[in-house]
Ligand binder design. Structure first.
Ligand code: SAM
Length: 415
């Protein structure tokens, strides 16, 4: 049967006991303003990896259909975002975003802004002005080895994280990120083994003996060389161009927030910071203007108690969608049969349901669409599951299709 499209409403992914979360598709400044009434002074950590003022266009190669998921390469190149080139416009976006983030942070809160050599100096001065020079905690240098080597100048192999507190009551937890030394300290030190077999080194300075165990965890410095960038074939890769490694965000989340705190990323991209927050039991809020990020978030944020607020409606009419509902014992079985999206650039041999990236079935409740069963294609599940079962409750049954362009469409289902 052909389904009736509905306007998008909040998409609720219930997971009682899981970390809570919000994803807001749209413009960072607009969405941050809308968060103020409920979240002002409540956010513990802001991480942002904004555009770098490169003037470049960024694309994602989106995987269409099971075969492309199996091969791990997408054929449909879609623009994710256009970075700003004009310095005035860039600084205006950053100023407005940073001012709002400062209001959203609690007095114990901290902010990390991820920049490269192009934006570093400008953003640093802006942050000094907005947060106060005295609140700069670190300029962290994240060093990586990936990418090619330049012969025209030294290869650019680091990003900078500008780390500020909101006030001197900030709640920084270095113990949470201590790790054993990669290499033991050996120079000028004597090696010993204690009765338990642990290796330690000692040195005498000014009449005092200092000892260091090789396996003692140490606090990281402000130069991070131990966290690799994602490799081409990295299993963590989502296909999103600017994706950062989870290990980087894990360190940031652990040292600057505690379980149950709220973590905010206003330029969330592939939801790396949100996933790190979820894994560490923190609540999260993500914003991004690129619709493709929604499909990635649906994959990465499974296991959280989170919701997606409706963004701007996709352009054009909802694609014709057909599904059948069969009543079983205590369950409804929903069979997805057809989704006719007109997507320019789709491979000619694409099968009718190849344009479906993910879909879900649920009920309309309290002004939202509550997801009860969902499927998203992935590396381990490339074939579209076309049947989903949901418990038979009273109420309006509905389904949502997230297609390969990042558009999401909600349809009412007749039982
Ligand atoms: C460098 S990427 C973030 C990557 C992310 N850290 C990750 O690990 O995937 C910057 C993101 O900012 C988003 N963006 C750019 N301008 C924006 C705006 N005005 N409002 C919201 N998001 C924006 C882009 O769509 C892009 O996803």
């Amino acid at each position: 049967m052909a389904l009736k499209p509905m306007p998008m409403i909040p998409e609720i992914h219930p997971c009682p006991g899981g970390p809570q979360g919000l994803f807001l598709p749209g413009d960072a400044v607009e969405r941050l303003e809308a968060l103020l009434p409920e979240y002002e002074g409540r956010i513990k950590l802001v991480y942002m990896d904004p555009p770098f003022m490169t003037g470049e266009r960024f694309y994602m190669r989106v995987r269409v259909g099971a075969e492309e998921w199996r091969r791990g390469r997408g054929s449909l190149a879609l623009e994710t975002f256009r970075d700003l080139k004009d310095r005035g416009e860039y600084l205006d976006l950053m100023r407005r975003t940073l001012l709002l983030c400062r209001r959203l942070l609690s007095d114990a809160g901290m902010i990390f802004v991820h920049v490269d050599y192009r934006a570093n100096a400008h953003v640093r001065l802006l942050m000094d002005e907005i947060f106060g020079e005295e609140n700069l905690l670190n300029e962290i240098i994240w060093v990586y080895q990936s990418g090619g080597r330049s012969l025209r100048h030294f290869s650019r192999k680091h990003d900078t994280l500008l780390f500020y507190r909101k006030t001197d009551q900030y709640d920084f937890n270095i113990d949470a990120v201590k790790a054993p030394r990669a290499k033991p300290r050996t120079s000028h030190m004597r090696r010993h083994v204690d009765p338990d077999g642990r290796v330690y080194r000692s040195i005498r300075t000014n009449g005092r003996i200092y000892t260091y165990y090789d396996d003692d965890p140490i606090a990281p410095s402000d130069v991070w060389q131990d966290l690799n960038h994602l490799q081409q074939k990295d299993p963590e890769r989502t296909g999103y161009d600017a994706q950062k490694p989870l290990a980087l965000l894990d360190r940031i989340v652990k040292c600057a927030s505690r379980p149950g705190d709220w973590v905010l990323d206003p330029f969330a991209g592939s939801a790396t910071a949100l996933e790190a927050a979820k894994r560490n039991g923190r609540n999260f809020i993500g914003i991004d203007s690129c619709p493709l990020t929604l499909n990635i978030a649906r994959r990465r944020l499974e296991g959280a108690d989170w919701r997606i607020l409706p963004g701007e409606a996709p352009r054009g009419d909802a694609p014709r969608c057909e599904a059948e509902v069969r009543a079983g014992v205590g369950f409804y079985h929903v069979l997805l049969q057809r989704y006719d999206a007109q997507i320019p650039g789709l491979p000619e041999n694409a099968a009718p349901l190849d344009a479906v990236d993910n879909w879900s079935v649920g009920y309309l409740r309290d002004g939202g669409y509550e997801v009860m069963a969902a499927f998203a294609r992935g590396k381990r599940r490339p074939d579209l599951e076309t049947e989903l079962a949901v418990p038979a409750y009273s109420g309006q049954l509905a389904m949502c299709v997230g297609d390969v362009t990042g558009a999401s469409w909600l349809y009412a289902l007749d039982k």
